[in-house]
Design a protein around this ligand. Structure first.
Ligand SMILES: Nc1ncnc2c1ncn2[C@@H]1O[C@H](COP(=O)(O)OP(=O)(O)OP(=O)(O)O)[C@@H](O)[C@H]1O
Length: 696
């Protein structure tokens, strides 16, 4: 076959990687929807040219493990479908000796190059096959971010199985659900704590053939260590692995993302190779990131799609370096990793940005009045600079340049943000106030909207977009539409494109309820799209409170208004579904147990100084909750009144509030892994308090 117009990746016959990806290679048998300009042919199946082939398919969605779906390629889309193994192989070829992964061992940073990265993944994949991993069966992984997590995830995919992350906070039942649903052959656990969960349900998992513990030496009989895995894989030839890779297609499932259950039972979202590789392509292209030059920090839970698409797939697409955070990243060590890595792109969920904000505010409070005066001035100049940019005024005033040199650069260096080009917030709504706060420090945030069901991101904003409340514009090659818009243009955001998931595993009804017959994904979010294409999320249908009077209330907007009016409030939770009026549960900001990350009774210095400004000497949540000091409750009421001024109708006004005895947190179960509130959990936990609001 000639090189010109060669449509089948050349197969290298001897050893090593027995396939090679060609730029612009198109394969036969592709089944593609829509008015594509891609030169796919619907000829005979070519099931031996994997992993980058598009396998014959006629369905838009599936809920079968071995199902295949059609690709939704848009006209003008300029990238060829590529599988996950194809992508990593290509990066190993392009960026071979560049560092890919950096992890800390014995207090020193160790680098893994792209060549070694792929080699390690192949070794793990060979071990998985030897240990009995079958096509379309799961490898469930539970642990904090580490090279072994990446190798297990990608190794599972190379070996033809499903990579399936489990949240480290999952209790035994949730782990069992993932292992059972994915028919897992292999479980990979970080340590003995996670191992216990798997061992306790092992006897009920007939498909489970091997358990691997990657940290330390397992003491439990039959549990393999990471060294065992590498030894087993290294002893295997490449033949079986290459044979599996040849049968693979980009339109098959390779990853199961288990939803975190903020709105009910967790579902297994089937994500294809093309979903992931196309999503990473869209994101990296939108941000104009530079191949071989970018640096990221991996610390958000990898079982969530946002971390996977960033830390694994976008990084591989770019040949970027990933630094691994430490287990206690969110308890305070993240800043050390940031200082070591000095990332060029940083992703945080809104709660992470809130934490950074809280830390900076508390540092600011300790400064003397002159420093405070200068800092306030700098912040005003910083905010003005970005507000000008949002209006299209592209200029750097002398005062902005001066404060960038004097103040902003120092703050950024202290956080490890000195060379960061993109600060991204994703996975949940973030308030405009917080965006503006970071703008004032010359840390303008981009916002991404995405879902597990669209393999990562669907929109991305630029920090200087005129619509600061929005989540940016729809990414390249995919589409958005608003279903049944009301008079203000608000309706359900629907999403179409190559990134839209294949279906929920074993849940045909739920799949059909989410993907319509034309292949549009109904997001469950309420949004508006303006005439320039900016998308603004205005609510969540799944979370909408419908009052007894029939008014639809988007709780997060109102909760954010309350938090903005009352900076001492950590979490706000609106009640009103099927109720006569709205009420709200509030938690005050308190200290966190550094070991367990559980909230403590001690209030933060910020809250204590606010209380003392109200002549209240309490320092503990319990004291405030028990004594209900009048001045404090009056001040909270004032904050609620201020938030109520933003209400668009009387029904949207909060009538009652109460303070909770403890803040929400991940370990206590009210927050999910991306730190979004798990509404059913809170409703259940505080049902008695809630009923109190509505007595009589
Ligand atoms: N930038 C954003 N602004 C507002 N909401 C967002 C944003 N990004 C994501 N979301 C919300 O997160 C949802 C997607 O959540 P995701 O797929 O990550 O689920 P999850 O947290 O794992 O679990 P669950 O579906 O149970 O909430 C979106 O439908 C939307 O409601």
């Amino acid at each position: 076959m000639s090189d010109d117009g060669d449509i089948i990746p050349s197969v290298m016959q001897n050893g090593g990687n027995q396939y090679k990806i060609k730029e612009n290679s198109f394969l036969p048998s592709a089944v593609v929807e829509n008015n594509t300009n891609m030169s796919f042919e619907n000829s005979k199946p070519a099931e031996n040219y994997g992993p980058d082939q598009v396998l014959p398919a006629s369905e838009k969605y599936t809920s079968k493990a071995n199902g295949r779906v059609t690709l939704r390629v848009e006209a003008g889309a300029d990238n060829t479908p590529i599988s996950v193994p194809g992508l990593l192989t290509r990066s190993a070829e392009l960026y071979g000796d560049l560092p890919a992964l950096n992890y800390k061992s014995a207090n020193k940073w160790v680098k893994v190059t792209y060549k070694e990265y792929e080699q390690n993944v192949r070794t793990v994949a060979k071990a998985f096959i030897k240990l009995g991993l079958e096509r379309f069966h799961g490898v469930c992984i539970i642990g904090f971010n580490s090279p072994e997590w990446f190798y297990s995830d990608l190794g599972a995919i190379y070996a033809g199985g499903f990579a399936a992350g489990m949240y480290t906070t999952n209790l035994v039942d949730a782990c069992f659900h993932c292992l059972e649903t994915s028919k897992a052959n292999i479980a990979v656990v970080e340590d003995s704590k996670q191992l216990e969960k798997i061992l306790s349900v092992k006897s009920r998992l007939p498909h489970l053939k091997a358990i691997i513990q990657y940290e330390g030496k397992p003491t439990e009989e039959g549990v393999l260590s990471w060294e065992d895995v590498m030894r087993i894989g290294s002893a295997e030839s490449d033949d079986k692995l290459n044979a599996v890779l040849k049968t693979m297609g980009v339109n098959e499932c390779c990853t199961l993302v288990f939803t975190s259950g903020t709105e009910g039972a967790s579902k297994a979202v089937m994500v294809s190779h093309d979903n992931l590789t196309y999503n990473a392509y869209m994101i990296t292209k939108f941000l104009s990131l530079v191949n071989g030059k970018e640096v990221l920090v991996s610390y958000l839970p990898l079982s969530h799609v946002a971390a996977q698409i960033t830390d694994i797939y976008s990084a591989i697409t770019l040949g970027a370096q990933v630094y691994f955070g430490e287990k206690d990243a969110l308890k305070g060590s993240l800043v050390n990793t940031l200082q070591a890595a000095r990332p060029t792109v940083f992703l945080g969920v809104p709660r992470v940005w809130e934490k950074i904000n809280e830390k900076l505010v508390s540092i600011g409070r300790k400064s003397g009045s002159l420093k405070k005066y200068i800092a306030d001035w700098a912040k005003e100049v910083g905010l003005n600079h970005y507000e000008d940019a949002m209006k299209g005024v592209d200029r750097e005033t002398y005062s902005y340049k001066f404060f960038r040199w004097l103040i902003f650069s120092r703050i950024k260096s202290a956080i490890g943000f000195d060379r960061c080009k993109y600060f991204i917030s994703a996975a949940a709504p973030i308030s405009v106030e917080l965006k503006k706060y970071f703008m004032s420090l010359d840390i303008p945030l981009c916002e991404a909207f995405g879902m597990s069901e669209c393999g990562g991101a669907h929109t991305l904003s630029n920090p200087t977009d005129e619509n600061v409340a929005g989540v940016g514009k729809t990414l390249e090659g995919v589409r958005s539409k608003i279903d049944k818009p009301d008079k203000d243009g608000n309706g359900e955001l629907c999403v179409y494109g190559r990134h839209v998931f294949m279906g929920y595993l074993n849940m045909p009804d739920k799949t059909e309820g989410t993907l319509d017959t034309d292949g549009w994904l109904h997001s469950g979010d309420i949004a508006q799209i303006d005439d320039k294409g900016y998308v603004t999320i205005t609510g969540r249908i799944k979370e909408l409170l419908i009052t007894a009077g029939g008014e639809n209330i988007p709780p997060v907007l109102i909760e954010n208004n309350v938090k903005a009016a009352l900076p001492v409030v950590s979490n706000a939770f609106l009640i009103g579904d099927k109720r006569k009026f709205l009420s709200i549960l509030l938690s005050l900001k308190c200290e966190i147990n550094a070991e367990t990350a559980e909230p403590l009774d001690t209030l933060t210095p910020e809250v204590i100084s606010w209380l003392s400004s109200l002549n209240c000497k309490f320092t503990k949540v319990s004291e405030v909750v028990a004594n209900k000091p009048k001045e404090v409750f009056d001040a909270i009421q004032k904050g609620i009144d201020a938030a109520n001024k933003k209400a668009i109708s009387n029904a949207q006004k909060i009538q009652k509030f109460t303070l909770l005895p403890i803040d929400f947190s991940l370990p206590t179960g009210e927050l999910g892994p991306t730190l979004k509130i798990k509404r059913p959990v809170v409703n259940d936990k505080y049902k008695d308090l809630i009923e109190e609001f509505y007595k009589n």
